[in-house]
Design a protein around this ligand. Structure first.
Ligand SMILES: Cc1cc2nc3c(=O)[nH]c(=O)nc-3n(C[C@H](O)[C@H](O)[C@H](O)COP(=O)(O)OP(=O)(O)OC[C@H]3O[C@@H](n4cnc5c(N)ncnc54)[C@H](O)[C@@H]3O)c2cc1C
Length: 545
C-alpha cells in the first residue's frame, strides 16, 4: 500500500460537498497550511448542474448521485424512499434546488441551549453574513455583501407565483413576508436562491473554484475514503482508494469528515467508532464505543397537491409553447437569463399549522410547473404543485452498516412518520393547499386536481394518501449530533469525542432540526468550523439583530 509523505498535509477534508468545499477553501487561505480535499465523485463539469431549471435532470444523472434508498418504511406503505446525495465536487449542493433559507432564530437558540456554547442565533448570524453576497438588501443587518455565495430573488419569477401569493391573501389568516432571511421568516412571499448570473452558485462554484489553484490545496477526485486511520486514540489520516489504488493519506494536524449525514457516520463506524454491538456484528474492531453514531437521524417529509391546466403560463413544454421555449433557450444561451435561469422554487410560505405552534412548523412550497415525468429534463405539459413539508418531525431513525464492506451503501432505517404526530402538519398542509387552489386567484386557470384527486376527501383517505405518496425533501441531519450529553458524537467545537485530531463538519452535527432548507446552515457550520480549527476568535454579534 502506498503511503503519501508523512505530514505532507496538515488537514485532510473528506468529501467536497457543501461543507467540505467551504472548509477546504477557508483553511487554505493561509498559504502555510496544507490541505488535502478528497472527493469520491468527479469535477462538477456536467452542464445540467449549472443550468438552474435543469435541477431535476441533474438529480437524475446516475454519475452525479449516490442514489441511496431507505429501508422499507413501515409507516409509508413499506415503500423504500429515494435519498439522492450528490457524488461530485459540490456534493449535494451541486444537485440541490438552490433554495436559500437559514431556519428560524429559535432553532439556533435551541442548539446553544442543548449544551453548545457559541451556536446561538446571534452568534451564528455573522457566519451566515460572511458567506453571503446579497446585492438587494444593502444596509440590512440580516444580509451580507461581498461574501462568496450570491443570494438573490429570481429576477423575473413566473407570474403564477403572484397568483399563489394572492390566493394566500384571499384565504386570509397568514402574514405576508417580504424577506425570508430577515428578522422574522414567517408568512408567504417570494424567496431567494443561490444563483449567480444565471448559474448555480454552489459552495464548489463560490468557494472551491477560486481557491483551486492554490499550491497548498490538493484536491483528489475519484478518491473514495474507506476508513479513518486511528492509532492510540488519535486520527492520523485516512485509507482511500485513489484512481484504483489503495493509499494511506496522512494528516499532520487533523482529519475532518465532511461526507454528509449518511456517510460521515458510516465512515466513523467503518473506522471502529460507533455502537459496539453494531461494529461487532460486522466484525469491526471497536476503537471507541459511541452509541450516538448514526442515531437521531431525521428528515423533512413532503406531500403534494398537483394540478393540471390547459393554460400555458406555467413552466413546461407543450406544442403550443414551442416558440416560447425556443426563445427561452436563446435567452439563456446568449444572456443567461429567462426561465432556464430560475430554479423554479420562486415563492413559498412558512406558517404555523395550528395556533399553538411556537414557530412556523409547515412549509408550503409552490412550484409553477407540473412534475417532471420520467427522465425528460423539463416538465411536459402545464400545471402547478403545492408541496406541504412538515418542518419539525418527531420521528427518529438511524444509520447502520450494511456490512464491513466500505463500498456498500449505508443502511438507512429512517423510521419516517413512525410518530403519528408528524401526520398532523402534512394533513393541515394538504387541506390548505386545496383551499389555496380553490381561491378566486386561481379560478381563471380552471385547473383540475390530479393528486390526491377529488375522490379523496376524508381524513382517513388523506392519511392513506400521505402514506402512499410522501417523500423526503432531502434534508437528512443529526446522525453525528453535537452536544454535551453522553449520546453526542461531537462537542461544541465539532471534535469527535474519544478520538483526538478528528472532527465532523457537515449536516450530521445538527443537534436539533432546523425548520427549513439545510444548505445555507451547513455553509454556516463550515464557516464557523474554520474559525474553530484555526483558533480564530468568533466575530462579534451584529448590531441591531
Ligand atoms: C436533491 C436535493 C435537493 C435539495 N435542495 C435543497 C435546496 O434547495 N436548498 C437547501 O438549502 N438544501 C437543499 N438540499 C439539501 C442540501 O443540499 C444538503 O443538506 C447539503 O448539500 C448537505 O451538505 P453536506 O456537506 O452535509 O453533504 P454533501 O453536500 O452531500 O457532501 C458530502 C460529500 O462527501 C462525498 N463523500 C461521501 N462519502 C465519501 C467517501 N467515502 N470518500 C470520499 N468522498 C465521499 C460525497 O460524494 C459528497 O460530495 C437538497 C439536497 C438534495 C440531495
Amino acid at each position: 500500500m502506498n503511503t503519501s509523505d508523512v505530514n505532507s498535509h496538515d488537514y485532510i477534508v473528506v468529501g467536497a460537498g457543501t461543507a467540505g468545499c467551504v472548509l477546504a477553501a477557508r483553511l487554505s487561505e493561509d498559504p502555510a497550511i496544507r490541505v488535502c480535499l478528497i472527493e469520491a465523485g468527479g469535477w462538477d463539469r456536467h452542464p445540467f448542474i449549472h443550468v438552474p431549471a435543469l435541477v431535476g435532470a441533474a438529480i437524475a444523472q446516475r454519475s452525479l448521485n449516490w442514489r441511496f434508498m431507505t429501508e422499507p418504511q413501515a409507516a409509508l406503505d413499506h415503500r423504500r424512499i429515494p435519498l439522492p446525495r450528490g457524488r461530485v465536487i459540490g456534493g449535494s449542493g451541486s444537485i440541490n434546488g438552490m433554495v436559500y433559507f437559514r431556519g428560524q432564530p429559535q432553532d439556533y437558540d435551541e442548539w446553544a441551549a442543548a449544551g453548545n456554547p457559541g451556536w446561538s442565533w446571534r452568534e451564528v448570524l455573522p457566519y451566515f453574513l460572511r458567506s453571503e453576497d446579497n446585492p438587494e438588501q444593502r444596509g440590512s443587518p440580516y444580509h451580507g455583501q461581498g461574501g462568496p455565495i450570491r443570494v438573490a430573488h429570481i429576477p423575473k419569477p413566473n407570474p403564477l407565483n403572484h397568483v399563489f401569493l394572492e390566493a394566500f391573501a384571499q384565504v386570509g389568516g397568514y402574514p405576508a413576508c417580504d424577506d425570508f432571511t430577515g428578522p422574522k421568516p414567517e408568512g408567504y412571499g417570494l424567496r431567494q436562491g443561490t444563483i449567480r448570473a444565471g448559474r448555480r452558485d454552489s459552495s464548489a462554484a463560490a468557494y472551491l473554484r477560486p481557491a483551486k489553484s492554490r499550491s497548498n490545496l490538493t484536491v483528489l477526485t475519484g478518491a473514495r475514503v474507506l476508513r479513518v486511520l486511528i492509532e492510540s486514540g488519535r486520527a492520523s489520516g485516512v485509507e482511500a482508494l485513489v484512481q484504483g489504488e489503495r493509499r494511506r493519506i496522512l494528516a499532520g494536524r487533523e482529519t475532518v469528515l465532511c461526507a454528509g449525514a449518511l456517510q460521515s457516520p458510516q465512515l466513523l463506524m467503518l473506522s471502529g467508532v460507533g455502537p459496539p454491538e453494531e461494529l461487532q456484528r460486522h466484525g469491526i474492531e471497536v476503537r471507541y464505543a459511541a452509541a450516538g453514531v448514526g442515531a437521531h437521524y431525521r428528515d423533512h417529509l413532503s406531500v403534494p397537491v398537483t394540478m393540471e391546466t390547459s393554460d400555458t403560463q406555467s413552466y413546461g413544454l407543450s406544442w403550443r409553447t414551442l416558440p416560447r421555449a425556443a426563445l427561452n433557450l436563446a435567452q439563456y444561451a446568449f444572456g443567461r437569463h429567462g426561465p432556464l435561469a430560475s430554479n423554479v422554487f420562486e415563492s413559498t410560505a412558512f406558517i404555523r399549522s395550528h395556533p399553538g405552534a411556537d414557530r412556523p412548523d409547515l412549509q408550503m412550497v409552490f412550484q409553477p410547473a407540473r412534475r417532471n415525468r420520467g427522465s425528460f429534463p423539463l416538465p411536459l405539459g402545464h400545471g402547478f404543485v403545492i408541496n406541504s413539508v412538515g418542518l419539525y418531525p418527531r420521528s427518529r431513525g438511524r444509520i447502520l452498516l450494511a456490512g464491513a464492506d466500505p463500498f456498500a451503501a449505508p443502511r438507512v432505517e429512517a423510521n419516517l412518520l413512525a410518530d403519528r404526530a408528524d401526520l398532523a402538519p402534512l394533513l393541515a398542509g394538504l387541506k390548505l393547499a386545496r383551499r389555496l387552489f380553490a381561491a378566486p386567484a386561481f379560478a381563471r386557470y380552471r385547473a383540475l386536481e390530479v393528486t390526491p384527486g377529488p375522490a379523496i376527501r376524508s381524513d382517513a383517505d388523506l392519511e392513506a394518501y400521505v402514506r402512499r405518496m410522501a417523500a423526503t425533501v432531502h434534508h437528512p441531519l443529526s446522525t453525528c449530533r453535537m452536544g454535551a450529553d453522553g449520546d453526542a458524537v461531537v462537542d461544541a467545537e465539532l471534535r469527535v469525542r474519544g478520538v483526538a485530531a478528528l472532527r465532523v463538519v457537515d449536516g450530521s452535527i445538527f443537534p436539533v432540526m432546523i425548520g427549513g432548507n439545510t444548505n445555507a446552515p451547513i455553509v454556516m457550520v463550515a464557516e464557523k468550523a474554520a474559525d474553530l480549527m484555526l483558533g480564530r476568535p468568533p466575530p462579534a454579534p451584529v448590531a441591531g439583530t
